[in-house]
Design a protein around this ligand. Structure first.
Ligand SMILES: [Fe+2]
Length: 460
């Protein structure tokens, strides 16, 4: 999918005429467009904020291409993208980066400046692409342009503000992206039709419609993700030959409400209830079927909130995050039991949401030290979001009660580089030293490897 949007006044409704505009697109085999191999017309319509989504067919697999758009006398900057390896092929190597959580007010996108220079085939975004909040009090690094966004115009302007960042633009122009959302693309900790604050489902679904629509408009999504009112199918699968398959999950649209009052709580019976669902039954069946039928050596599951258990304290007093899979323990147990019994090849879960870096063993019973490891979870740091100060200390204090959690670091920002071959998957946690002043350097915080056929990551 090639994507662009026409906007003369991006922060104020777009500033475009209220009619369809014709555009042209071109795809070339070289950066200078000497060998244009596809071109065609397109329409930018005010119904979708003059965004343009072009599906180009007939390209060759596993190749870089360059593309641009023309509208009247305006020529867009040049973007680069890459096609996936062919379905039946056996690539030796596939590299991708995964990112999440980019609160504009919390910091600069220096991580994207460095990511744009990395050698990857794909960028995977795991959600919190925008934050819906109003202007932060105190002294934010940058400012949102107004109050908390709740309607279509507001969400469109917010996406446009985020996209005005040159490093984010450049990272989009360097690689294909595969995106899914978390909560802040709509509202903090929402669950299906329920807002965090009690509001009528009717008014929340109206808000969700506006947010989903603006998200579709601003992302390189296929027509299969076209929103229908408050509904939008974003969970989907991508195949990179027989080496890597990615199942991208949506853990917001179909989930049961957070149990036990939400947030960080001792676990009540509701958190263990069989009826608590994170994915909804249809997406759960789809995921298990993907894993069962996949011929891929590495089966990546891209999703939002932490899958591994994490408890602070012991016994009935132990605290769990009710927004994460700990509030949906029976649904998690089904997924992990499936991994234990059906043994899909090398399941690796990649996770965002918690603004911190983790490596976790996935076990069928996290409280049983003899339980076998059935998969691996890599949790990536945020691009620029903040953590409430007690979080890091609380996690450090509880590390000993969570031996399946192999690594934690809670103060850095960055992205995770994954280098996959037929023998192992290597992950480098790449972090910048600071997001408040421009030009911070990038370095590798930690590296882990998962060996083919052996679940669990080890320092590499
Ligand atoms: Fe976030």
């Amino acid at each position: 999918m090639l994507w662009t949007r026409l906007a003369r006044e991006p922060l104020d409704g777009g500033g475009m005429p209220r009619r369809d505009l014709e555009i042209e697109w071109e795809v070339a085999e070289d950066e200078r467009f000497a060998k244009v191999i596809a071109r065609g017309p397109g329409i930018a319509t005010p119904l979708f904020a003059h965004s343009v989504h072009v599906a180009v067919n007939g390209l060759r697999p596993a190749r870089w291409y360059w593309y641009r758009f023309r509208s009247g006398k305006h020529l867009s900057p040049v973007g680069r993208t890459r096609t996936a390896p062919a379905i039946g092929s056996s690539p030796d190597r596939f590299r991708f980066a995964f990112v999440s959580c980019q609160d504009y007010q919390a910091g600069l996108y220096t991580a994207y400046e460095h990511l744009a220079g990395e050698d990857v085939d794909l960028v995977v975004h795991l959600g919190d692409y925008i934050y819906e909040y109003g202007v932060r009090s105190g002294n934010p690094v940058r400012r949102h342009e107004g109050a908390e966004v709740t309607d279509l115009q507001g969400y469109r302007n917010r996406h446009a503000l985020y996209r005005s960042d040159p490093h984010l633009q450049h990272a989009h122009a360097q690689f294909p992206w595969m995106v899914t959302w978390d909560d802040h693309e709509v509202a903090n900790d929402y669950a299906d039709a329920a807002a965090q604050e009690p509001k009528s489902p009717d008014s929340f679904l109206k808000r969700r419609s506006a947010a989903y629509r603006a998200y579709y408009e601003h992302m390189p999504l296929r027509r299969s993700s076209l929103p229908q009112g408050p509904d939008m199918r974003i969970y989907r699968r991508a195949q990179f030959g027989d080496l890597v398959h990615i199942s991208m999950l949506d853990t917001r649209q179909y989930r049961s409400d957070q149990p036990c009052g939400g947030a960080i709580q001792p676990r009540c019976a509701e958190a263990l209830s069989e009826s608590q669902t994170m994915t909804g039954p249809a997406q759960e069946r789809w995921l298990l079927q993907n894993l069962d039928r996949s011929p891929a050596r590495w089966n990546i599951i891209g999703q939002q909130i932490m899958l591994a258990q994490f408890k602070a304290g012991n016994g009935a007093e132990a605290l769990f995050n009710m927004d994460a899979w700990d509030g949906y323990a029976a649904a998690r147990a089904r997924l992990l039991a499936f991994m234990a019994n059906r043994k899909p090849s090398n399941p690796v879960v990649i996770t965002g949401d918690v603004h911190s870096s983790w490596v976790n063993d996935l076990e069928t019973n996290f409280d049983d030290k003899t339980s076998s490891v059935v998969g691996t979870e890599l949790v990536g740091p945020s691009i620029s979001s903040e953590l409430p100060p007690p979080f890091e200390l609380a996690v450090e204090a509880a590390r000993a009660d969570n031996p399946h959690s192999k690594f934690f670091e809670g103060s850095s920002h960055g992205y995770v580089l994954c280098d996959v071959d037929r023998r192992r998957m290597r992950s480098d946690y790449r972090v910048v030293s600071d997001v408040t002043t421009p030009g911070a350097p990038v370095s590798t915080l930690a590296s882990f490897e998962v060996a083919d056929g052996r679940a669990g990551a080890h320092p590499g």
